[in-house]
Structures are given as structure tokens and as C-alpha cells.
Design a protein around this ligand. Sequence first.
Ligand code: ATP
Length: 283
Amino acid sequence: RAEIGKLKTLVPEVDEMLGGGMETQSITETYGEFGSGKSQFTHQLAVNVQLPEEHGGLEKSAIFIDTEDTFRPERIAQMVKGLDGEILADLLRRDLDMGKEDVEEVELGEDLEDLPEETDEVLDDLVDEFLERVHVAKAFNSNHQILLAEEARDMADELEDSEFPVGLLAIDSLTAHFRAEYVGRGNLANRQQKLNKHMHDILRVASLHNAAAVVTNQVQSNPDSMFGDPTKPVGGNILGHTSTFRIYIRKSKKDKRIIKLVDSPNLPDGESVLRITEEGLKP
Ligand code: ATP
């Protein structure tokens, strides 16, 4: 069994709270209200997973199962361009080492500030590379979503010996289709059974390929809701033993978000802060 890897958010306070980052071979659930930033989190991880290990990534690719049409390539582009100057310069240098022609004319300075104007084009090429390594599939309903997770397994198998094997399986949102389709008490058991199987399919990809799995889940936004505690994810603790980390995201002032680690089996509960900016998740 491969050693457990850590996928970083690259927000030091958050990564520290997570004991170094999100773990591979398990599922991390991020939950929060509408607009809290769950999709932003997921997009950022799809970028970070591709980074070299010394920069907090796994040097692998991502599979993104998109159930609510939230995936935005433009957002990935912003986040790649918004990476720390030091990381960006290093990535461009690597392309240069690999003899990529369009990078060759560029004299790389210590910091991006020092880079000449052609850098824009080179950066666009880099963005394209990142986008090619986010394999996006849209799920039209829950059965389709289940099918896509099964196909993710085949894809991960196929990419296993490639330059960028699968290092992240993201499902955004895990629960939306299920909630919409299995309405009412009479359907709860059935929904739970389907979700359980789905989770195990996801976990299997994570285990077999030493990949991180991240799923999003919404919470009730109405504190007076008959469903009780607004900070509890819909459907209760749907993930049970399959998830290592459960991360609650809450809006704070302006672009700030409070990230809370809940019920971790091996880490103390904790809170940390990040900002959602044009450049991505930042301290
Ligand atoms: P939902 O449950 O509706 O899917 P969510 O938790 O996934 O919501 P996100 O879509 O991840 O929420 O977050 C949306 C928020 O992220 C916006 O309200 C905004 O604050 C921030 N955001 C999105 N794009 C940008 C950007 N380009 N620059 C700065 N902030 C952004």
C-alpha cells in the first residue's frame, strides 16, 4: 500500500489544521451554505494536485464530476495565474527544461515581476496544460453521477502509467441530485443505500490510486429550518466511516471564510481562516 499523500490548499493555516493537507486514500467532505465557497475550494484543489510535491501538490491530474454546472475553466485559469510567483516561475522553468519552444525566449527572473512581456503567452500555455489535466464530466442525474464515478475508476486505471495519473477525484456536489430525486421520508433508505454504494466507488478509486477524493455537500441555509441545526450537512453524517476529514466552510467578513475541521478521527477539531480572491484561495 502506497504511503498516504497530502494535498495542500496552500493556505498554511488551513494545511496545518489538516495535519499537512488533505489525505489521499480517503474522502474529504466539504460542506457549507450556498455560496460559502465549496466549489472554489474544489477548483483550487484541481489546480494544486498538479503541482510538484515540493510545492504542495501530488504532480497528478484531476477528475471533476460536475453535477450543478459549476465547473468554470476561466476560474482554473485565474487560479493558475494566481499561484505564488515562486511556484509559477518554477513551473515555467520546468517547461523550459523540457525544451518547450515558446518558453525558450523567456528569460526567467527570480520572481514573476521580473518576467518579460512574452510571459502572458507562456502563461496561457501553462493554463492550457492545467486545463488538460482536469477531466470534467457533467452528471445529469444521480444515476448518471453513479455511472461517472464507475467510469472514473476506468479512467484512473488507464492513466495509472501516464505522466499524470489521477490524484484527485472531486464530486461537486455529491448530494444535490440525490436530494432532488429522492424526496420524502419513504425514499430516505433508498437514497442512503445508493449514496453509500456511490461513496464506496469513490473511496475505491482513492485507495487504489493513492488519490485524494473531495466531495461537496450543502447545509440548510435557514437557521429556523425544521431540519434543525444549520451547521449539520444535509442528510446527517452521510459519509460515515468513509471520510477522514469533514470541513465546514462558513462565510465571514468580505472575502474571508472560516474553515472548520469537524470530527476528525486523528486530529483535534480546529478553525482557520482563508480568503477567496480572484487569484484563488489565499491566506
Ligand atoms: P453552492 O452551494 O451554491 O454551489 P458554493 O459553496 O459552491 O455554493 P462557491 O460557488 O464555491 O460556493 O463560492 C462562490 C463565492 O466565491 C462567491 O460568492 C464569491 O465570494 C467567491 N468567488 C467566486 N469567484 C470569484 C472570483 N473570480 N474572485 C473572487 N471571488 C470569487
